[in-house]
Design a protein around this ligand. Structure first.
Ligand code: SF4
Length: 476
């Protein structure tokens, strides 16, 4: 069955998919009558009836399966797609904007504050399609979304500053405390395709190695649903937060229980739409992004919003920043030039730091399912020589995500990817530690970098998923 999720989720193993003849089943509660279970009758049209002892039949309501009901049985990635697509789609954003318009018209009820956070990878994909620069794409997208009724448009690069800084601090903690099981190698956590695969197939062995730092999307979720709501005197459920991302796996990430607020029954990210889905919105409105009136991006800290980027490639630059920070902090070495060595293929590279004739840091990039499998096998055999690995599910990383805009007939996928990579990199880079707004947030919002609040807002946890093989695919 075709899927838009990353290869790591699609290729894991055949049990991961429900074949067309199978169905996702949610167990129903059956009342017991005088110690005996009531009978269930199934009509040819698929209706269920509960048959009481006296023969009285009650038609049971059709179950609506939502993501909250998901058993995470590892058997439904494919079937969950349809649920995800209805719960997290551009139609949902339009529905909320429509509701807001009606509420504004009746003048009594409070409308929701609608916030959209755009990833730099999506911006580059849209810039490539409309042959404009990344900066133009950011401003034109802001103009487009504001016209639709969106209140704030942010860039998730801002949240990535916090994600990179926290990853740097976490690496130093793990490196200097090697006695803890699962300290090293630290494995990057920003890719939900990889995290989901690890939870389902390698569980308790691999999970302790995965960095607990939240991804930029989920840190943006904390910023919007905690920091911004307080600034506006709103509760988290009064804000509708949408992110624009390069892959469908980010929809799964936003749906995780760990990012659900039980008190207000709301998520840190309510809806994820992909770059291609934004493009469908533009097409639906009959617009070319190139012709849209631009508007300035918003800033969470009311400062100037220059479009900036981080060095180290299209997947966020985790390896790059942690390597530089660790070299300086642990060995007093300022890294001027990073020399990557390509190993098995261009998606598996390593870089080392030598100090006093010894290799003291050994980092790797492992992109795509094949390289991830290889890495995990090495880890399991105790043969991984690495201190940190930037693991990403998509070959070539996030700029090649499954939610990016596909090439047209007159351009190959390779050529389009090269253009997207150029557009993504053609923006001034900054070091996360040089952003004064981030520094201010650590003090004003989190009360410091090692506080409980910082831990809650910037870190998460992972859960081993017990494999439940369904009856048709069970191997005896
Ligand atoms: Fe999404 Fe990036 Fe992971 Fe691909 S590599 S699944 S685009 S987060």
């Amino acid at each position: 069955m075709a899927s838009n999720f990353s290869g790591a989720l699609r290729l894991t193993d055949l049990d991961d998919f429900i074949t067309p003849s199978q169905e996702c089943v949610k167990p129903v509660k059956v009342n017991r009558i005088s110690g005996k279970t009531a009978a269930i009758k199934i009509e040819p049209d698929g209706s269920y009836f509960q048959v009481e002892k006296d023969g009285l039949e009650t038609k049971l309501e059709k179950a609506q399966i939502t993501l909250n009901d998901c058993l995470a049985c590892s058997g439904c990635i494919t079937s969950a797609e349809s649920v995800l697509i209805t719960q997290q789609s551009q139609q949902e954003l339009y529905r909320i904007l429509g509701e807001n318009n009606s509420l504004a018209a009746d003048g009594k009820s409070k409308r929701k504050l609608v916030v959209v956070s755009i990833s730099p990878q999506s911006r580059a994909s849209l810039a490539a399609k409309y042959k404009i620069t990344s900066e133009e794409a950011a401003c034109k997208l802001t103009g487009f979304l504001k016209k639709l009724g969106v209140d704030y448009v942010f860039d998730t690069t801002f949240a990535r500053n916090l994600s990179l800084l926290e990853s740097q601090y976490e690496f130093i903690r793990r490196f200097t405390n090697k006695s803890t099981k699962g300290s090293l190698p630290m494995l990057a956590s920003a890719c939900p395709g990889w995290v989901c695969y690890a939870e389902k197939t390698h569980g308790s062995y691999v999970l302790p190695y995965i960095s607990t730092t939240k991804s930029p999307q989920q840190i943006m979720g904390s910023l919007v649903k905690d920091y911004l709501t307080r600034l506006h005197g709103r509760t988290p459920d009064e804000v509708y937060h949408v992110t624009v991302m390069p892959c469908f796996d980010k929809k799964l990430e936003a749906s995780r229980e760990d990012f659900f607020n039980d008190i207000y029954s709301t998520r840190d990210v309510d809806c994820v739409i992909t770059s291609a889905e934004v493009d469908m919105m533009l097409e639906g409105e009959g617009l070319s992004l190139a012709d849209v009136e631009p508007s300035k991006l918003d800033s969470l800290c009311n400062s100037d919003t220059e479009i900036v980027n981080h060095a180290g490639g299209g997947s966020g630059g985790y390896l790059h920043h942690i390597f530089h920070h660790a070299a300086q902090h642990l060995f007093g070495t300022k890294v001027e030039d990073m020399q990557y060595k390509t190993l098995r293929n261009r998606d598996f590279k390593e870089v080392m730091l030598e100090h006093e004739g010894e290799v003291v840091l050994r980092f790797a990039l492992a992109y795509g399912f094949r390289n991830i499998q290889n890495l995990v096998q090495k880890l399991k055999r105790g043969k991984s020589p690495y201190h940190f690995v930037e693991v990403m599910a998509c070959p070539s990383g996030c700029l090649n995500g499954g939610g990016q805009i596909r090439p047209t007939d007159d351009e190959t996928a390779k050529d389009l990817l090269e253009r997207v990579q150029r557009l993504y990199s053609d923006v001034r880079t900054i070091r996360p530690e040089d952003n004064t707004d981030v520094e201010k947030l650590y003090v004003e919002w989190l009360g410091g970098s090692e506080t409980e609040k910082a831990k809650t807002m910037l870190h998460t946890q992972y859960h081993k998923v017990e494999k439940m093989t369904n009856a048709l695919t069970i191997k005896w």
